[in-house]
Design a protein around this ligand. Structure first.
Ligand code: KIV
Ligand code: ZN
Length: 386
């Protein structure tokens, strides 16, 4: 089986659906350019029917950002699909992404449609989209809570109609890695014609399992993973692309799968998305959080100073960060303290070092984090002065 996993970035569509986030056309374009530098395969630039602004943004991205597939989202009605095509048609590789829910709970309460009607609508939408472009993705919204036999029938019908990517979203972040892998395996073994399409997954993070579920899905055979930078998106968000990619790379001993991501662009992309969406990154967020490569305890700092891999499973330089960060606080040890002194240009003899370290510990009991200025003040005012 092919070992390339395609990365479908939906920061600009599902990510923008994060409560309180609204990006204007130029902000979307700036993020899209950075996503192209990051090396994502597909940029879902927006949902063109939803507003004139979104339509313009998708159109601009399709025209300006080359060398990447640009997708526009559409429900299965023809007006949505026509609008999506108008927006993406100038892209190097335009994709129409159409979706309809397949779970009984959505059919009964939201769509008020029968299973047969949904099946017909899905196939008709794909046929219509196919008149515009060869690259058509179909998503079965709420797939993970759908009846599996029905889901397989829908997949078969849309592939027969020409879908080249079939997406199995865990729309409400309900599934677990073992269950999701089983769903993917079942669809791949039971759906006639499945080998003609790329199987895609799209996981939400309501139970904090979006990345774990995506990893389980690629082990089961999925070859497109959808997600957003910093894991932003509806409610608890989407699978975080940087976490998924770094997990795949760091544990390549288990996955043997590749992406086209240029990991050195991860940190810059994360910062840009955070700045333009106004969504802060939690300090302990994996891969891109302020503390992701920070070490506070003396034992950890000593280990990292002796050999980085004692407490770091990824090299910060790989994701575009210049170095790890030894945070000086009350748990820090003499080794880290001396190393920071050297970085600041101070070479102390043993007696001076002992005295400075005692002062530092004393201060650290009162102050959460010791800044470089605090250390300079200790040395210049209390050690060197006397
Ligand atoms: O979560 C979801 O099901 C979606 C689809 C539109 C792909 O975002
Ligand atoms: Zn979603």
């Amino acid at each position: 089986m092919n070992n390339r996993v395609y990365i479908f970035d939906t920061t600009l569509r599902d990510g923008e659906q994060s409560p309180g986030v609204s990006l204007n056309v130029s902000e979307k374009l700036e993020i899209a350019r950075q996503l192209a530098r990051l090396g994502v395969d597909i940029i879902e630039a927006g949902f063109p029917i939803t507003s004139q602004g979104d339509f313009e943004a998708v159109k601009n991205i399709a025209r300006e950002v080359r060398g990447v597939t640009v997708a526009g989202l559409a429900r299965t009605n023809f007006a949505d699909i026509d609008r999506a095509w108008e927006a993406v048609k100038q892209a190097d590789q335009p994709r129409i992404h159409t979706f309809i829910a397949t779970s009984d709970i959505h059919l009964k309460h939201k769509l008020r449609m029968s299973r047969e009607q949904v099946l017909e609508s899905a196939a008709a939408a794909v046929r219509h989209a196919k008149k515009y472009t060869a690259d058509v993705e179909f998503s079965a919204e709420d797939a993970s809570r759908s009846d599996l036999d029905f889901l397989c029938r829908v997949m078969e019908a849309v592939i027969e109609a020409g879908a080249t990517t079939v997406n199995i979203p865990d729309t409400v972040g309900y599934t677990t890695p073992d269950e999701y892998a089983e769903i993917i395996r079942t669809i791949m073994s039971r759906t006639k014609g499945i080998e003609k399409a790329v199987v895609s997954v799209h996981c939400h993070d309501d139970l904090g399992l979006a990345v774990a579920n995506s990893l389980a899905a690629v082990l089961a055979g999925a070859r497109q993973v959808e997600g957003a930078i910093n894991g932003i998106g509806e409610r608890a968000g989407n699978a975080s692309i940087e976490e998924f990619v770094m997990a795949l790379y760091t544990r390549r001993d288990r996955y043997s799968l590749e992406t086209g991501i240029n990991a050195e662009e991860i940190y810059r992309t994360s910062k840009l998305v955070s700045k333009l969406t106004g969504m802060d990154i939690q300090p302990n967020k994996a891969v891109v959080g302020k503390n992701a490569f920070a070490h506070e305890s003396g034992i950890h700092q000593d280990g990292v100073l002796k050999e980085r891999t004692t407490y770091e499973i990824m090299n910060p330089a790989m994701v575009g960060l210049s170095h790890s960060n030894l945070v000086l606080g009350k748990h820090s040890g003499r080794h880290a303290f001396r190393s920071r002194l050297v970085e600041l240009g101070f070479v102390l003899n043993d007696a001076e070092l002992n005295k400075a370290f005692a002062r530092f510990k004393d201060l650290a009991d009162r102050k959460k984090e010791i800044a470089d200025q605090d250390i300079e003040a200790i040395v210049e005012n209390e050690i060197r002065k006397v």
